[in-house]
Ligand binder design. Structure first.
Ligand code: ATP
Length: 370
């Protein structure tokens, strides 16, 4: 769970209008972000959106075409990677194969000329932190993927970096180990209070690990927010569709009052009411975004006067914990609605080609203008 109240000052890491071009191709398009001390911040986006390039700018492996990077009050934009008070953990872990676990973890400390006894103490502390004390003498090839990742994490944290950069941290792990390691990594990073920027294309990973997420597309930041803000209050169609699944019902604003807006749509027999967070003008073309789990499925017409529509069931897909109803509305619009299978008999009452009522409450929908 996000622990935003534990986080320190805003602007601990400031990315100021950072731009990166490769031969005129804009990979990062004037991105500005302000990251708090102790925050786990995810750059989330599909392949090619520029997230790795931005991370490499933070690490110093790429030089921004323009813009500034300020960490804890220090402008690090022009510093070479080894002079930056940060560390990067790579997807491949990049452990030295000929060195033992303890030699790997102590590598940076030896390079800094730290005294031997001090190094031994620090390495032991780091191995305890990641619960790898028993494996100190092993070589990387004698470790499982999850153990290698723990060692890589211990090595990244040994010098006490101000900033930890994670490049697709779980990329090399299988699904089950991945979710376990996600929680473990968050736990360790939070315990140390290290500020962390991670790159991932996996929305689930960003949602479970990060305090805040920046959704990236074509070098741009489309939205920044906590996992639940991004999911519950997407600001644009791109974010709504990128995170989870969503129904987008195209329509127009009919009336924009202070505390609600009504939307008419060819797909809906009745205007839809949306009870929050809307700004728009009458007649404006918008999309009404509703998550499938916020739509109720019924045989009989619900009593509520609005936010309901009748359709035909085209398919029911069973997912164990829930079933997804594919419903076709009169105009041809397809809508997904989830039904929880805790009472399996409830979904078994329905079959393909049945007419069905869909309904949702005033707080369920979000109006998107872009
Ligand atoms: P992935 O998840 O596939 O790594 P990404 O979102 O991290 O993708 P980047 O690696 O940052 O994306 O790349 C963004 C864009 O910049 C891509 O179109 C890529 O081809 C381009 N790019 C990256 N590095 C270079 C380079 N050294 N020279 C030219 N173009 C580059």
């Amino acid at each position: 769970a996000p622990k935003n109240d534990m986080l320190g000052a805003e602007g601990y890491l400031r990315i100021e209008a950072v731009r990166k071009e490769f031969d005129g191709f804009v990979a990062v398009d004037d991105v500005s972000l302000s990251i708090r001390q102790g925050e786990i911040f995810a750059l989330l986006g599909a392949s090619g959106c520029g997230k790795s390039t931005l991370l490499r700018c933070l690490a110093g492996f790429e030089k921004p075409t323009r813009g500034r990077i300020v960490l804890d009050g220090q402008d690090i934009t022009a510093l070479p990677p080894y002079e930056r008070p940060l560390n990067m953990m790579f997807q491949s872990y990049a452990l030295f194969p000929h060195m033992s676990v303890e030699q790997n973890v102590g590598f940076g400390l030896r390079q800094d000329g730290m005294a031997k006894a001090e190094i031994a103490r620090k390495v032991a502390e780091m191995l305890a932190l990641v619960q790898m004390e028993k494996f100190a003498r092993r070589k990387p090839h004698q470790l499982s993927g999850g153990q290698q990742q723990r060692v890589a994490l211990a090595r990244s944290l040994a010098k006490g970096p101000k900033l930890l950069l994670l490049d697709e941290p779980m990329g090399a792990l299988d699904k089950k180990l991945r979710s376990q390691m996600q929680l473990e990594l968050v736990n360790i990073v939070e315990r140390l209070g290290v500020t962390c920027v991670m790159v991932t294309h996996d929305q689930e990973e960003a949602m479970t690990m990060a305090h805040r997420i920046a959704v990236m597309d074509a070098g741009w930041i489309r939205q920044v927010g906590s996992p639940d803000e991004i999911y519950e209050q997407p600001s644009c169609r791109f974010t709504a569709e990128f995170i989870g699944s969503v129904n987008l019902i195209e329509g127009r604003i009919l009336e924009d009052e202070n505390d609600y807006v009504t939307i008419s749509s060819p797909a809906l027999a009745f205007p839809a009411y949306v009870g929050h967070g809307v700004t728009g003008f009458e007649g404006q073309e918008v999309a009404l975004a509703i998550r499938p789990e916020k739509i109720q499925v019924d045989k009989d017409e619900p009593a509520q006067p609005h936010n309901k529509v009748q359709g035909i069931i085209e398919d029911i897909a069973y997912f164990g914990s829930h079933s997804v109803f594919h419903v076709r509305l009169p105009g041809g619009t397809k809508v997904l609605a989830n039904m929880i299978n805790s009472q399996r008999w409830a979904s078994e009452k329905f079959t393909w080609n049945d007419p069905v009522w869909l309904s949702w409450d005033d707080q369920a929908g979000v109006v998107l203008t872009t």
